[in-house]
Design a protein around this ligand. Structure first.
Ligand code: FAD
Ligand code: NAP
Length: 500
């Protein structure tokens, strides 16, 4: 680029002064807009010149006289995408900061045709006006549901934006991992997952922010650059990148978590607290479980466990774990159990692999409930914990929550103190403990699950109330529960069984 002499008062310092003066340099009074290709093309004159660089559109009209290369150079990209030109001439220039006050907005999304080789290097994206990638590879669903993504950058950050086209998105639907320069994002949309799987081209910091615009279904993943240099491309696609596939058709993804505490719940059950990696974002939705994976006698073994809250007290805040989010698991140790006995041997500071959540329970099943009945046996109490916390704080329509809890002995009752405290605290909550091997001193209920025990305790607060009964325990217990409840007149939709 040839440098042209600038008029007096048009130096870089003068430009910086102008940008800090508070003048409206875009003509939009600070508003940011979505710019279509057609709109961009209209602004192609020296007195009205917009240029797109990496998906962001700038009104460079006020900058014309300050540009060291002169008006002619800028006009080469007037009303068009100037990314390639910009990269050829002065890629090192910090345009994001120089032109910050000239920012008009982002290019509006315009899906482009799927190239034959849709997994070609992501450097392809430079060719698109808005940095948008080819449409996602779709396996087994309609194209119109498939999300898409693009990215943009500032001096110090790179933001990947996923457009899910779904209303009612929430942060539980977004799972993100970053490990060894690989970024893996999974966005769960009903039975499908949209996957991002990229080897990033440059290094980023561990603390990654995820923002979800719930109403419009937009997910933003904000990566902080390690060295504040402009990125030419986002990275290299890895397996299944940019695809929208049935969740059942993909393997589980695991990340390594650190055991940071282990406390006694009963004589054989412990509360394990695992620390997720700092760059991992995932929350296990109410009623869902994860899989733990560890090597046992030289073989990889996987078992499901249901994360719990750290307390039944709804006002009790999860303790903030130094560097990231924690996962609490209440696990019974079977002396002859392959997996649980190995888990019990883990020391504080040891690592274990934790999968993404799974499970069929959905919060919408309890949203307008009037009665919630919980039927648990032994560690089958675990899914009831988060569920209790959730409904007692969030479901306004709720009249009663009744827990029928089967155990062998008094010593086996998990969180009995906390349950008794909750009964005192919340008028809506009742619990009944039933023991199959009680001591002589036990004056509560005894026996096994039966139709008469169920009908006696699970009484609706009013006739035809909206009810859900959740069951969890050993498989034969759950099956019997389902059968008894059906015989008592409850329909399929009123029963939810927690299973793997
Ligand atoms: P195994 O090696 O499978 O069994 C060895 C011996 O241990 C058996 O012979 C028996 O004596 C005893 N034993 C093992 N499993 C059982 C059993 N289910 N019932 C009775 N005796 C048994 N467990 C938890 O502690 N907390 C949870 O949050 C939890 N969540 C689960 C979620 C789901 C969806 C499912 C399906 C199961 C869940 N479990 C949970 C059970 C867990 O997955 C394992 O089955 C359990 O930890 C036993 O595994 P193990 O390898 O130690 O025992
Ligand atoms: P446990 O101590 O062996 O039993 C708890 C109570 O359930 C006892 O009163 C016991 O009565 C009764 N019970 C056990 N098996 C029964 C059966 N076949 N029919 C009727 N009643 C029965 O239970 P646990 O060792 O904690 O086991 C809990 C179970 O829950 C495990 O199988 C685990 O896999 C399952 N679980 C499932 C999930 C899930 O989401 N799917 C989550 C957590 C746990 P008896 O004395 O007569 O046996």
């Amino acid at each position: 680029m040839l440098l042209v002499p600038l008029k007096p008062g048009r130096s870089l310092m003068d430009w910086i002064r102008l940008t800090k003066s508070g003048k409206d340099l875009t003509g939009l009074k600070g508003r940011l807009i979505e710019v279509t290709e057609e709109e961009l093309a209209k602004h192609n004159k020296t007195d009205d010149c917009w240029i797109c660089i990496r998906g962001l559109v700038y009104n460079v009209t006020p900058y014309m006289e300050y540009h060291p290369g002169g008006e002619g150079e800028l006009m080469k990209a007037a009303g068009a995408d100037g990314t390639d030109l910009f990269d050829q001439v002065h890629r090192w220039v910090n345009y994001e900061s120089m032109l910050k006050e000239c920012l008009v907005g982002r290019m509006a999304l315009k899906p482009i045709a799927l190239p034959k080789e849709s997994t070609s290097a992501l450097s392809e994206e430079k060719k698109c006006l808005n940095g948008m990638l080819p449409e996602s590879k779709i396996v087994g669903t309609s194209k119109s549901f498939a999300p898409s993504y693009d990215w943009f950058q500032t001096d110090c950050s790179v933001t990947v934006v996923v457009y899910t086209k779904q209303k009612g998105m929430n942060s539980e639907m977004v799972i993100l991992d970053y490990e060894d320069s690989r970024l893996r994002g999974e966005i769960i949309i009903r039975d499908y997952s949209y996957l991002l799987n990229i080897e990033l081209s440059n290094a980023v910091q561990e603390d990654i922010a995820v923002h979800v615009a719930e109403k419009v279904g937009k997910v933003e993943i904000v990566l902080k650059k390690k060295d504040n240099i402009p990125w030419k491309k986002l990275g290299q696609p890895l397996e299944s990148h940019n695809s929208f596939i049935k969740r059942t058709d993909q393997g589980l993804y695991y990340r390594k978590c650190k055991l940071i505490s282990k406390t006694e719940v009963t004589h054989d059950t412990r509360l394990f607290c695992l620390l997720l990696p700092q760059s991992t974002h995932f929350q296990v939705p109410v009623g869902q479980h994860v899989y733990l994976k560890q090597i046992v006698t030289g073989k990889e073994v996987v078992k499901p466990y249901t994360p719990v809250s750290c307390s039944l007290q709804t006002h009790f805040k999860e303790p903030s774990c130094h560097d990231g989010a924690c996962l609490f698991l209440m696990i019974k140790i079977y002396p002859s159990g392959l997996f649980s006995s190995e888990l019990d041997r883990l020391q504080i500071g040891d690592y274990i692999y934790v999968s993404n959540p799974e499970g069929s329970f959905q919060k919408c099943q309890v949203q307008t409930l009037e009665d919630l009945f919980l039927l648990a046996a032994g560690t089958g109490f675990t899914p009831m914990i988060k569920l209790l916390n959730y409904v007692l704080t969030n479901v306004n329509s709720l009249w009663t929550v009744k827990l029928m809890f089967f155990n062998k002995t008094e010593d086996d009752i998990l969180w009995r103190d906390q349950l008794e405290q909750l009964i005192l605290q919340d008028k809506r909550f009742e619990a009944q403990f039933i023991l199959s091997e009680p001591s002589k001193e036990w004056n509560g209920k005894r026996g096994k699950i039966s139709s008469s025990l169920l009908s006696e305790f699970f009484k609706r607060s009013k006739q035809d109330s909206k009810v859900l009964i959740c069951i969890c325990g050993p498989a034969p217990f759950t099956e019997q529960g389902e059968r008894f409840l059906k015989d008592l007149g409850y329909c399929k939709e009123e029963i939810h069984s927690f299973t793997a």
